[in-house]
Design a protein. Structure first.
Length: 238
């Protein structure tokens, strides 16, 4: 990046964090209250923030606060990991970068269907990464660009997958942490990015169709291209 500010990468679980780490200089452990960062000499901090939007938000907010108090605030937060892809736009093994990070199930069920929390007069359901950053990442990594949905319950039926696509026509992938990470970043005024490597189709739950190893390899490859690409991104060019 054209800024010297460090980057925080938040994954759900350690295996995702380690996939990112394989693309970066060897990290060292830095212990925070309630969390452990893996810090590289290149200014990247890797955090296994936990599964689901609530824990991911809490862990990310803690890391952001600790960095600010230490006089080392982050210039970018990246939510990263594997996730489900909506066919045919995001096949297994592909990489997706979010141009919108959307909470798909935050709201209320009514007789007329689902209402997002914004329709109830509260909060937000979408965070938008800087378009210039999304463009840089997509061009450097070959990632497909679209909405990444955050869900608290992973989709397991064709009917639910169809309902999500109907409500979010631009959706390419789903995960469980992106919106929580984005909420924490927004509270600190830090831009956010979400990258998902597709491990399975969104739809009926079929573990035999999962390709977790392939997705983790795609995540490593993507970050190998992402890190140098960020050198050309101007964080003030949103």
């Amino acid at each position: 990046m054209t800024t010297a500010a460090p980057v925080l990468v938040a994954t759900a679980v350690p295996v995702e964090r380690d996939a990112v780490a394989r693309a970066l200089p060897a990290p060292e452990e830095v212990r925070l209250p309630g969390a452990v960062l893996h810090r590289t000499a290149a200014g990247w901090d890797l955090l296994a923030a936990g599964v689901g939007p609530a824990l991911a938000a809490a862990s990310t907010a803690g890391a952001l606060t600790a960095a600010a108090l230490a006089g080392r605030p982050y210039g970018l937060v990246v939510s990263a990991g594997i996730g489900g892809g909506f066919a045919p736009g995001a096949p297994v093994g592909s990489l997706v970068v979010a141009d919108a990070v959307t909470a798909a199930d935050l709201g209320a069920e009514t007789a007329d269907g689902f209402l997002p929390v914004t329709a109830l007069g509260f909060g937000t359901v979408t965070h938008r990464p800087p378009p210039s950053l999304v463009r840089v990442v997509s061009e450097a990594t070959g990632a497909r660009t679209g909405t990444v949905l955050t869900v608290s319950t992973v989709t397991g039926t064709a009917a639910r997958a169809a309902a999500l696509r109907a409500a979010h026509p631009g959706a390419l992938a789903e995960g469980m942490e992106g919106f929580g990470v984005a909420e924490a970043a927004a509270a600190h005024g830090v831009p956010v990015l979400e990258i998902r490597a597709v491990s399975n189709p969104v739809g009926p739950r079929d573990r035999a169709a999962w390709r977790i190893g392939d997705a983790l390899a795609a995540l490593t490859e993507g970050f190998g291209k992402l890190a140098p690409a960020l050198e050309s991104w101007n964080p003030h060019d949103h």
